[in-house]
Design a protein around this ligand. Sequence first.
Ligand SMILES: Cc1ncc(COP(=O)(O)O)c(C=O)c1O
Length: 443
Amino acid sequence: MDDLLEHAAHSAAEDISPEGAELRGSSFDYLTQPGADLAAKAQAFHAWAQTRVSRGVFPYAKRLGGRPGATAELTLLDGQRHAGLNFSSQEYLSLARHPLVCAAAQAAMERYGVHSAGSTALAGNVEETVALEAELGELLRMPEVLLFPTGWAAGFGAIKGLVRETDHIIIDQLAHNCLHEGARAATPNIHLHRHLDVDHAERLLKRVRQRDPHNGILIVTEGCFSMDADAPDLARLQALARTHGALLLVDVAHDLGSLGAGGGGQLELQGLLGQVDLVMGSFSKTFASNGGFVATHDRAIKEYLRFYAAPNTFSNALSPVQVAIVRACLKLVRSDEGAHRRDRLMQAILALRGALTERGITVLGHPSPIVPVMLGPDALARIACREMAQAGLLANLVEYPAVSLNSARLRMQVMADHTPALARTAAGIVADSLARARALMAG
Ligand SMILES: Cc1ncc(COP(=O)(O)O)c(C=O)c1O
């Protein structure tokens, strides 16, 4: 692997100071700044981020030098290039360069050109869009599917499109940003339940229903939580929704296609395919494309969202090329080859989790393509992440406020092309880098 590694200049301990701005504070500090000058708010954040960039501890906004493979080259904002083992891309089944996927994209481009040229509410769909909706519906066992330009738009749009300001939302406190933003935009009546705590959700649901029998309630959760890699008891949540006249929406962005013998994700693992009220997801993790969807049993809901979910109604539809890519990926997901790729993916996931745990490192959640590695205090995590990049491991750092304070983590995203041996090498780099970061912090 040595030939893949390009050691960067930021390796000296002396350029990091535990008191330095680069190790203190968070992006949250720049969210709610007072003052009449809007540009000044941006400048304060930019100055802080630049300090971090100059010390090599701002591992965001990286640029990929080629395809998002098991090894890759990334360039940081300071211009330094790091090549190494790539656990920072969302490419769970390694389909981005599959010959059938590329051929489908090429054929679509030749037939339709590259532009959708309109929203799905106007003339943005092509024949393939309708075919993809039907095929996705077969996997989910839900007959009505509406495509969205991104997964974020699908989550936000499903909630804002359906829920009005007198209605209520009961939502897992750690649900994805698109779901919380959608909830905030839809209604002031948001009731947060503790992460995965269905008993808490039930208490909230009963109280809300008792106090307000006249308005709607939407329960919102995820199939595989993106920072913790864990899953709620979906059957219980769905049963509660039915009992109390609510609807359940489940975000399956990370698990659809990547988990389950047939690729049906957590819904399949929990025996619930076709049994949940509303499902939304993204194509950006497993299906090698931008895009998202909302699935339902109810044709009326689908058509209502087409015209009332603003990010769909007022935004261009997925391009014909993206639709063709997702169709080709979906076909692979449902094939023997897809099952084989999921097996390979799971072997790498288990090898990574096992090797990290053996080294005394805390790994959160359940086996899934997301392997959240607990690093701890934000300052330590920033240095550890820099050390990892220099040692040839590329993975994303998640810090406050995306997760709670001082529970920063490395979000390692595994793909089918990662071998177990490569996963074990990566675990060794994590352990060594953490040890070096601790030593640097200790001075
Ligand atoms: C749980 C979850 N939902 C939705 C999204 C949004 O998906 P997309 O990247 O397609 O906008 C993401 C992506 O980060 C996610 O993690």
